[in-house]
Design a protein around this ligand. Structure first.
Ligand code: FAD
Length: 328
């Protein structure tokens, strides 16, 4: 049986989600590795512009379920339509971005169609027996190599940053209507609010000083601010710093935050979990400060400093100021 890879995309206000472009690139590569076809699926109401954008990719079809019941995303709406469509069209693989929205319903969808589930994949290859997937385990401390042995279809979500959205191959894909009558919304969306605050675009920064839970407390951030100022850098953070309310959410780097590619990235008190690394792996030079010599961040660092950040960061700031003063 030849592979048929369905890529279910996520969108908002007429725009494809960044991670969905990455999923398209991943789905295309999977289909090409398996000698099969890649097809996109979009659900919603008034999704013409998104369907049109999808039509510009190298896909065998763009399946469109357009109905009022799908105007807002709900797990019941999506699972109803997708379960019926998967039974009708029998794709071998269903590819999604590992986003909050998708991981909420994909287990329920796998269960509804009697398929298999492989969340948070970070890559794949083939051997003589078939596809071998990679996915993080133990909070990203280890990468497991996994073979999916359950029934088709296999629902896979790709971790953010594994594929480049701009690597998705372009082409001309025909639109195919999908029956949306099985949509059964199980929530009433009363409103969606933007998270307040000025948005910082860290992706434009050449130097980023990123702080992690190792800082200990929000009132200790002054040493980080001083270092960033001495370098003319933006401040970024790992997720616990944001969850603790020490910095606003738009400073978060990683799979559920921003993806950045600065010339210099300084990770301070950050362990280096996979969800963080996918957001900064495009950095040209990585410097890490951590008191634990075994911290995974040292695995991706070009320069590592093992020690207490409360001593090292002020010393680093001082040295940078002196060097700048000497250079005039
Ligand atoms: C679905 C999902 C999405 C996620 N998305 C993201 C994301 O977008 N971004 C993200 O960052 N995380 C994300 N995470 C969380 C991620 O798994 C890690 O928990 C997180 O990155 C850890 O942050 P940290 O390195 O700051 O903290 P820890 O893992 O607690 O590491 C703290 C580090 O500080 C060091 N340290 C402590 N004290 C000192 C000191 N005095 N001096 C020097 N070093 C010190 C320690 O040795 C340790 O290595 C996500 C998790 C999930 C499940």
């Amino acid at each position: 049986m030849s592979a048929k890879v369905w890529i279910v995309v996520q969108h908002r206000e007429g725009h494809l989600h960044r991670m969905s472009r990455e999923a398209i690139a991943g789905g295309q590569q999977l289909a090409s590795l398996l000698g099969g076809t890649a097809e996109a699926v979009v659900l919603g109401h008034g999704v013409g512009p998104v369907a049109e954008e999808l039509g510009g990719y190298d896909l065998a079809a763009v399946h469109v379920a357009d109905a009022e019941a799908l105007a807002d995303y709900t797990p019941g709406g999506y699972v109803g339509v997708l379960a019926a469509a998967l039974k009708d069209h029998a794709p071998t693989h269903v590819v999604l971005a590992h986003s909050y929205q998708n991981i909420e319903y994909m287990a329920r969808l796998a269960q509804a169609v009697g398929g298999s589930l492989l969340p948070e994949a970070t890559g794949f290859e083939t051997d003589e027996e078939g596809v071998v997937w990679r996915r993080p385990v133990l909070g990203g401390k280890l990468q497991a190599r996994v073979r999916a042995v359950g029934p088709a279809p296999l629902l896979v979500s790709f971790q953010s940053g594994v594929f480049g959205g701009s690597d998705a191959a372009t082409g001309n894909a025909p639109r195919v209507e999908l029956d949306a009558s099985a949509a059964a919304p199980d929530r009433e969306i009363l409103g969606v609010e933007e998270v307040a605050g000025e948005h910082v675009d860290l992706s434009a920064a050449e130097i980023v000083v990123a702080v992690g839970r190792g800082i200990g407390d929000g009132d200790k951030l002054k040493i980080i601010e001083a270092l960033a100022e001495s370098l003319g850098a933006e401040i970024g953070a790992s997720r616990p710093v944001i969850d603790n309310g020490w910095l606003p959410r738009d400073r978060q780097i990683g799979s559920s935050g921003q993806t950045i590619a600065p010339k210099l990235y300084i990770a301070i008190g950050i362990s280096g979990a996979i969800q963080h690394l996918v957001g900064m792996k495009g950095a040209s030079t990585v410097v890490a400060v951590n008191k634990d010599a075994e911290a995974p961040i040292f695995g991706v660092a070009d320069y590592g400093i093992v020690g207490d950040l409360h001593e090292i960061v002020p010393a680093l700031t001082e040295a940078i100021r002196e060097a700048k003063a000497a250079a005039g």
